[in-house]
Design a protein around this ligand. Sequence first.
Ligand code: 5AD
Ligand code: FES
Length: 348
Amino acid sequence: MNALETTIYQLVRERNLPNASLAALLETANADALLFSAADTVRRQVYGDEVYIRGLIEFTNYCKNNCYYCGIRRDNQAAVRYRLDKEEILACCTEGYALGFRTFVLQGGEDPFYTDERICEIVSAIRGAFPDCAITLSIGEKSKESYLAYYNAGANRYLLRHETADAAHYGKLHPETMRLQTRKECLFHLKEIGYQVGSGFMVGSPYQTTQNLVADLRFLQELQPDMIGIGPYLRHGETPFRAFSNGSLPLTLRLIAVLRLMFPHALIPATTALGTIHPEGREMGLKAGANVVMPNLSPVSTRKLYDLYDNKICTGDEAAECRRCLEQRVAAAGYRIVTAVGDVKKEV
Ligand code: 5AD
Ligand code: FES
């Protein structure tokens, strides 16, 4: 056995590695075949061949933040802004429910129009109409009181990527007003309240080093999230980062596999960004250990406007088309979409 193989077996056994070994594993393609197959084995031990689907509803692209990488940042004057009202959101859920979705993810920019009262009203309406579904929010940094109010209204999951766990790197991706510390506090508040929490990061964001990625893995070990979403950084022509190139597909896949081995029970999506960087990126993600896909339920009329990065896939497709398309893609990759709420499986 060579050194890399030994490293992978150690990672499988101990769900952990020293920093130097993690870095070495991330920086080589030589062990990818073994790494991906080990991740797939572990994924099948915990989740079998099941793939959970989440219906993503991008309900506002207004954002008060100005993250340098993001296409819907406040200062992007070229962005055409939109908001969905409660009825439009409920219509997305109704359509999604009929297509077999049992999780709705409400994602948006940090849009002050949606006060806590409005968010709670929307969440309660969904909770009332779809009592057997999970409601996931992904609306950024809020106070613990706000998070608690949404939870009491019926939300039970929350996605908030930490983006990078290195404070200096965080400072290069975000304006002064945003702090890694705040982001981390939000994540711990969400856990304390009882949400199933998802975090994650971009792969290949500007200035990112392998050491930063190791720090991301260490932070996730500390947080112990239920969901971990990662995807390649993708350029958007109307951001300050327009001159930087896209993140790497192989490195993203390697990280998915490493995450599966470090967090056997985690819900790990094959993200839209993966599908954007390569036509079969999501299938590759599934084969490297991912077990969730998150197709879009937003109305086609506003789809294109939720423009985080250039060339985003599925912007012209009706929800039903994406559902069918994914059914085929997931099956071709050797897995099976299930109609289930798809909670995280806990260690027994
Ligand atoms: N490339 C890839 N991912 C991006 N996100 C935002 N902008 C980009 C981009 N340019 C990701 C962030 C955010 C999630 C909703 O989308 O990680 O948390
Ligand atoms: Fe949207 Fe394939 S998943 S068209």
